[in-house]
Design a protein around this ligand. Structure first.
Ligand SMILES: Cc1cc2nc3c(=O)[nH]c(=O)nc-3n(C[C@H](O)[C@H](O)[C@H](O)COP(=O)(O)OP(=O)(O)OC[C@H]3O[C@@H](n4cnc5c(N)ncnc54)[C@H](O)[C@@H]3O)c2cc1C
Length: 397
């Protein structure tokens, strides 16, 4: 595997860094106006606003190395907040399964970040076993619309979303996976009630969504009725992309070292403490190994190989590393981290460290829980046969 950058790659890296530096956010200016402008300018660069989109839909057509360069450069610089639900998760499904009318209607607003989406998959009785979902969609007698009733849970950013992509049940016959239909509808309408769920870290990011007698025109169905499981699973593969967050972890590790070096001890700093140093070294080794797995996957993709089960390895290891980074940051804050909900005491990172640690508990749950990723690795990497009861879980391919 050759990981040296070619002269063309180095020129690309320079162009990316220049773009990011020239268009960085200026504190005190309107964040939301800057955000929209940033994406418009990235678009003018030739699809840099949608790096993973195919060229047929306006993507840049980058090589895997160029994607790697972009990820590293954006992780170390401030770029606009961008939720994955529209541009990363739904858009590829509209390209694959949507009608030309649906593509024309939804993709431009997703691309411009004018419309925010949320993901209506999980339900109180359907998480890892997603096909167990019960939210019902009944087709009207004249066949013009569905009437949707049910409850979704853990819906990230539902309170900020304009639209939802929602898995519904249209039939109870046959296998559970056969009666699922993929629908799109606006969030801001009578019959959609969003209730906040406050997580351990004190943040409001997830919600319960109650759906009562919501009418959804048949034009808003993606794929055929009862065939939504294929769309659902395809979207989950895109969801896993990026959750590993290797680039962000590399940046966070350097930040952690600086923070530990700023905590004084009788015989030096926390970074000199042999116990803490050992934990950082173990983390660094694991991160380096995972980074090389990511590089191997990029190298395989660039030589034309189909994506392999390494996305599950990356998700499993990447989220474990993120949790350990958060734990060490919390520990570096020492007892001050325990006061995170109160006033400002101790180093400034202590408060952030504790809330980050608590929030990071979710990393190994969403996007397919770690146990489910292990199932996928056992089957697809180690070749261990599984029982039928473990098939078709959320993380499965
Ligand atoms: C912060 C956060 C944000 C989320 N955002 C969204 C969102 O936007 N939209 C959405 O639809 N969902 C979202 N989710 C839901 C998430 O996808 C589910 O929580 C996840 O799929 C697990 O489902 P569950 O919570 O029902 O747990 P369960 O499936 O009940 O799992 C409970 C435990 O059993 C284990 N387990 C389950 N099956 C197996 C198996 N076959 N083998 C071994 N162990 C198993 C799990 O790993 C877990 O430890 C979010 C969750 C969190 C925490």
């Amino acid at each position: 595997m050759d990981i040296d950058l070619s002269p063309d790659d180095l020129a690309f890296q320079k162009a990316v860094e220049t773009f990011l530096d020239d268009n960085a956010y200026k504190p005190g200016t309107d964040y939301f106006a800057w955000r929209l402008d940033w994406f418009a300018k990235a678009r003018e660069k030739g699809g840099w606003d949608v790096p993973k989109w195919p060229t047929a839909f306006g993507g840049p057509g980058w090589s895997p190395t160029q994607h790697y360069i972009w990820q590293r450069a954006t992780a170390t610089r401030q770029t606009p907040m961008d939720l994955p639900f529209g541009p990363v998760m739904l858009a590829p499904m509209l390209m694959q399964y949507g009608t030309p009318e649906q593509q024309e209607r939804f993709l431009p607003d997703i691309r411009a970040r004018r419309v925010n989406w949320c993901q209506g998959y999980s339900e109180p009785g359907a998480g890892s076993d997603l096909a167990n979902l019960k939210t019902r969609a009944e087709l009207s007698a004249d066949g013009s619309h569905y009437v949707v009733n049910g409850t979704k849970i853990w819906t990230t950013a539902a309170h900020m979303a304009d639209w939802i992509f929602c898995l519904t049940r249209t039939s109870d016959t046959g296998r559970k996976q056969e009666g699922i239909t993929f629908l799109l509808f606006p969030m801001k309408q009578a019959g959609v009630e969003v209730k906040p769920i406050i997580t351990l870290g004190g943040a409001h990011t997830v919600n319960m969504v109650h759906i009562t007698d919501v009418k959804v025109p048949v034009e808003n169905r993606v794929g055929e009725e009862g065939k939504g499981w294929a769309v659902a699973k395809g979207l989950l593969q895109h969801e896993r992309t990026g959750i590993a967050g290797i680039s962000n972890s590399l940046v966070a590790l350097e930040r952690l070292k600086k923070r530990a070096a700023s905590v004084t001890r009788p015989n030096g700093t926390l970074l000199d403490d042999p116990g803490f140093r050992t934990k950082i070294a173990e983390l660094e080794i694991d991160l380096m190994a995972t980074e090389y797995t990511e590089l191997r996957s990029l190298a395989a993709a660039s030589s034309g190989a189909a994506p392999g089960p390494e996305s599950s390895i990356l998700k499993l290891k990447g989220t474990d590393i993120q949790q350990r980074l958060q734990k060490l940051t919390m520990q570096a804050g020492g007892l001050f981290s325990a006061a995170w909900g109160g006033g400002k005491v101790g180093p400034s990172f202590a408060r952030e460290g504790m809330s980050g640690y608590l929030s990071s508990r979710a990393y190994t749950i969403y996007g397919g829980a770690s146990e489910v990723q292990k199932d996928v690795i056992a089957k697809n990497v180690l070749g261990i046969a599984r029982s039928e009861t473990r098939m078709n879980k959320r993380g499965d391919k």
